[in-house]
Ligand binder design. Structure first.
Ligand SMILES: [Zn+2]
Length: 386
């Protein structure tokens, strides 16, 4: 993961780069950012930059002052998240295969795979689902705290920094905290702890006081448009559609970045699905649900997010608040027509159905069944008079 691969946060990236160039890397840092933000990818890019043997310097031309090279032996290992001096600790619990004393190292294969597949935009629920811990809550327990101490007491692979990334430190079990605190207080030389968190209220004050806080600000539309323009060739219309779809959260558009179509992603599918729902066309709905199930669960979740946004736009349009409607030309045409059927009497249940469908799909319920049921129910609400 290089800095240039990560959307936005240019100031923060440069600040991190400067800590390395000025030999002022603080040994314990806390990266704080909302769910779906770039905190984990920034932590990895930072560690990769520190370890890179061929750092690249850009001056100020692209905003970014420097980056790792992406091709030296160290970067190649980082690319697979398999550098011997890069260590991860994250919440775990027992599952079918690991029935007692679960520790992070037993889940490392799944962890690397989950990060590589999600571009490091993993959230806790998705992680728990990947490792099949069902309804249990994961935690960072005493055994993992012991593992941290053991790992850090061994010498580093290449005599350089050892990096310990602790993801979702909110989940640190209280009995494990004293051990972690102790090592944060007296760390071995050339050790870098990067703690990742979403909510400081759920972190022990003593941990907060021992770490340097780095807060990620929400992405701006310009961050996303700049990233899309420098990494993809796409029309202004499509860039705009993607910015709307992202709704401040870049994670929402990752599944559709590779989509070559000029139309806003998911537009045709959503329009088609709503038409079938309105007509209560059972056969059409099952067929559409079957098609949608095949796009995969991550895409389907993004599709539902998209649907929620369009439905909201329809409500604005219907209320005469067209200045709030952010859409492409094609979407607007649809929103103008469809807004006749979305109003204050049905917006809440329809939104709930879409939200609920998203969480069912996250929990592995059959996508086809979820979609069929949801579209049929939406169809009934669409018939409701204003
Ligand atoms: Zn390198």
């Amino acid at each position: 993961m290089q800095f240039k691969d990560i959307v936005g946060h240019i100031e923060l990236k440069n600040r991190l780069i400067q800590t390395v160039l000025n030999h002022r890397v603080s040994h314990a840092q806390l990266f704080l950012g909302a769910e779906g933000s770039e905190k984990l990818s920034l932590a990895i890019a930072y560690a990769q930059f520190i370890a890179c043997k061929n750092k690249q310097f850009y001056g100020d031309i692209h905003g970014l002052q420097a980056d790792s090279c992406g091709s030296c032996p160290s970067c190649m290992k980082y690319h697979k998240l398999a550098h011997p001096d890069l260590h991860f600790i994250f919440p775990v619990a027992t599952n079918k295969n690991i029935t007692s004393k679960p520790v992070s190292s037993q889940f490392l294969t799944e962890w690397r795979k989950a990060l590589l597949e999600s571009n490091c935009y993993l959230n806790l629920n998705e992680w728990y689902e990947k490792i099949g811990i069902e309804n249990k809550q994961g935690r960072i327990g005493v055994d993992d705290a012991n593992q941290i101490i053991k790992t850090l007491s061994m010498s580093s692979y290449e005599g350089e920094y050892k990096v310990m990334i602790i993801w979702m430190v909110e989940k640190l079990y209280h009995a494990a905290a004293p051990k972690l605190l102790k090592i944060l207080e007296e760390p071995p030389e050339k050790t870098l702890f990067i703690l990742i968190a979403e909510d400081t209220n759920s972190i022990l004050k003593t941990i907060l006081s021992r770490t340097q806080l780095l807060k990620l600000l929400p992405l701006q539309s310009e961050d996303i448009s700049q990233y899309l323009n420098s990494n993809f060739q796409m029309s202004a219309e499509k860039t705009e559609a993607l910015i709307n779809l992202a709704d401040g959260n870049f994670k929402n558009i990752i599944p559709v970045l590779s989509n070559q179509s000029e139309n806003p992603p998911y537009f045709e599918d959503f329009r088609g699905a709503m038409l079938l729902a309105y007509k209560s066309d059972f056969r059409g709905i099952t067929q559409k649900s079957d098609e949608l199930a095949k796009i995969g669960r991550e895409n389907l979740k993004a599709f539902l997010e998209y649907g929620l946004r369009i439905v909201r736009m329809c409500l604005y349009q219907g209320m005469g608040r067209s200045e709030l409607v952010k859409s492409s030309h094609q979407e607007l045409e649809f929103i103008q027509k469809f807004s006749r059927f979305i109003h204050t009497n049905n917006i809440t249940p329809i939104s709930e159905i879409l939200n609920e469908a998203g969480s069912h799909i996250e929990r592995n319920v059959s996508s086809k069944l979820v979609m069929t049921d949801s579209l049929l129910r939406i169809g009934q609400w669409l018939q409701m008079p204003k």
